[in-house]
Design a protein around this ligand. Structure first.
Ligand code: PEP
Ligand code: MN
Length: 330
């Protein structure tokens, strides 16, 4: 349930509602809006009796929330959320492109690609230090050494960093070194990791699990936000279907679906969906045309020798091409 406060309700009136909700055995989350504050009640299994709430001063009305996810729902937050990271804003309608290698392989490799990403005018650099690989024999990432390289990249280029936390043990160190914490497709329903990310001070890029429905994905985001971290960016990265000409099937319909159901920004990763570089640009264009708030793209100066995902990594000139193509679509 949502308790909508009157225009101009005081802080004390909002607090009185929060206290009453607590007395009822639930938790209230205050969501200040442009016009008025709404308070979302979470933790109830049954419909709530709103008589005492409606009697409180400053309360305009109560609205039942029909979805099982609440804090991520558009029902509780009408305006789209804009996630600010320093001067950069995600979710404004201006697509934000993040790019970099699948994995940090060495300082030299990370820096060559970062300099290129910066020359392209992009602001966010991706690169995995902890890599969730399908095979235990594949390159697993440089771990903390990789995070330190990313830190150096940030200091020398001014680029913001997005990198993945693969478990509850490395989340805190990832949080320390990164600007955006990525939670990967394989971990979308790792609830202890989601809860911990809910206590982090950095925004979270939450990828869609490759067999997750939109509702399950939004529920995963709800785990993070219900712990207190409201800065969540969703990322569609392809789902598993019977179609086998690409690694996964990019679900473009997820973009308008998320926009309808949630206020959270959604970006698209065409690289992991395609699994092949020749499809990355067309899929990226489709995503932007469908209303995505941004893209995350794998690029490598020498993809043939990349230690992971070389086949889907763009050549640098292709990233330039993609940026130009996207500019025409805006
Ligand atoms: C990645 O971005 O490096 C990655 C492993 O992506 P996903 O979790 O979508 O497979
Ligand atoms: Mn990859």
């Amino acid at each position: 349930m949502l308790v909508v406060m009157k225009n101009g309700a005081t802080e004390a009136q909002v607090q009185a509602v929060l206290d009453e909700i607590q007395k009822m055995g639930y938790r209230g989350v205050s969501m200040p809006g442009a016009q008025r504050t709404a308070i979302c009640i979470i933790g109830n299994q049954q419909p709530i009796n709103d008589v005492t709430l409606l009697a409180l001063e400053g309360v305009k009305e109560t609205i039942p929330v029909t979805k099982s996810y609440k804090l991520v729902s558009r029902e509780t937050h009408l305006e789209p959320s804009i996630i600010s990271i320093g001067d950069l804003k995600i979710g404004t309608g201006e697509p934000v492109i993040m790019a970099g290698p699948c994995a940090v392989e060495s300082e030299e490799q990370a820096m060559i690609i970062a300099m290129f990403v910066k020359r392209c005018g992009l602001k966010i650099y991706r690169g995995g230090a902890f890599k969730p690989r399908t095979s235990p024999y594949s390159f697993q990432g440089l771990g903390i050494k990789g995070l330190k390289i990313l830190d150096k990249v940030r200091k020398e280029t001014g680029l913001l960093i997005v990198t993945e936390a693969t478990d509850t043990e490395n989340l805190e160190v990832v949080e320390e070194y990164t600007d955006i914490i990525q939670i990967g497709a394989r971990n979308m329903q790792n609830y202890s990791l989601l809860r911990l990310a809910g206590h982090a001070s950095k925004p979270v890029l939450l990828k869609r699990g490759f067999a997750a429905t939109i509702d399950e994905w939004l529920m995963a985001a709800e785990y993070i936000i219900s712990e207190g971290n409201s800065r969540v960016i969703l990322c569609e990265r392809g789902i598993r279907t019977f179609s086998d000409d690409t690694r996964h099937t990019l679900d473009l319909a997820a973009i308008p679906a998320i926009k309808e159901l949630s206020h959270l920004p959604i970006i698209v990763d065409p690289s992991h969906a395609a699994g092949r570089r020749d499809f990355v640009i067309p899929l990226a264009k489709g995503a932007i045309a469908a209303g995505a708030d941004g893209l995350i793209i794998e690029v490598h100066h020498d993809p043939t020798h990349a230690l992971s995902d070389g086949a889907q990594s763009l050549f640098p000139r292709q990233l330039e091409e993609l940026i130009k193509d996207i500019a025409h679509l805006k």
